[in-house]
Ligand binder design. Sequence first.
Ligand code: PLP
Length: 396
Amino acid sequence: MYDFTSVVERDGMGSAKWKEMHEKNPHVPKGIVPFSVADMEFRMAPEIISGLGEYLKDLVMGYTFPTDAYYDAVCGWMKKRHRWDIQREWIVLSDGVVSAFFNAVKSVSEPGEGIIIMPPVYYPFFMAMERNKRRIVSNNLVIDNGRYVVDYDDLEAKARDPRNKALLFCSPHNPVGRVWERDELEKIGKICLENNVVVISDEIHSDLIMPGFSHQVFAQLNDDFAQNTITCTAPSKTFNLAGMATSNTIIQNKKLKEAYVETLMQNIGVSMLNIFGYKTCEIAYTQCENWLHELLIVLNQNRKTVENFIKERIPQIKVFNLEGTYLQWWDCRGLGMDYKALERLLIEDAFLFLDEGHIFGENGKGFERINLAAPEKTLKDGLERFAAALKKKNII
Ligand SMILES: Cc1ncc(COP(=O)(O)O)c(C=O)c1O
């Protein structure tokens, strides 16, 4: 029903991903699509385009707060998709999830105090501490039988240190593609609760789940966890709306919410977002579920296409099973190349633009992350170029 095959030329639209591609290689030929930054190379859901068109007709663009319809849409989505009953009083708006977790980190800690993260992880998690003079406390994920898991002993040791105030948690996990299971979440939550460590749960990828897996909202597991959690959500990954910069942070605990809002007001002084952000989020959450349904089928197909290609043609690379997100994680160490040489080959010879693993932490070195949210044909073309470049250099 929807178009997930057309290539949209995003040069000239200010796309961060396309701009970065041209910066990395100014000689990239026309027709190359990058697979790095986590947004999608798909046309928008038509319901959003027509809904915004309608909205514009009688609009007065004055100072605007979210409407009842907005809050109903957010609460309705959480209930329908995640069985999570939230109240509108728990919602705080922010202009994106990165802003939200930067603010959350500041609201639960003082400069010099520690925040635990689980690398390899979304690189702005590191920046949230570096920019705000908090200490990064790494609880590295470990590979067990080809799957990333949490090192609970290490987490417990770090949580026990009273200087460490929060866990900045990524669920589902970017870049390793894990959808955390209930018992994993329970163990993490228990450790944090027992040690007064607040959980800042970034669940921006929670609607992007592969068949056979299901996302469990961390705060929905039990009341104690709910009282100890700041949950970051947004329609931006699900419906490709990052440019709308609208996200909903959900905080049930009154004290945590007050501290969060106080920090927000100290830093930016207003709590109002862009009028189109509100409306787009409302349309997405009320009218675009069918689009999401088809998107998930396409992403699952792309996942298989890429995984099969690598298995057959570049078996030196190990592809981790994608459980959620549209970001697939490759272990490229079997190619026997230095990670910088691999990046050069990708950029200069294969015109394949991925995200280098080391940006997600030291233990991401030798890995690559590929964004699967693009027309299948463009992914196949990119992989062919990669295989040809490796062959030419006698690496495979
Ligand atoms: C885990 C995670 N959090 C946050 C973001 C970005 O959120 P926003 O664009 O709402 O700031 C991303 C984008 O890739 C992400 O992967």
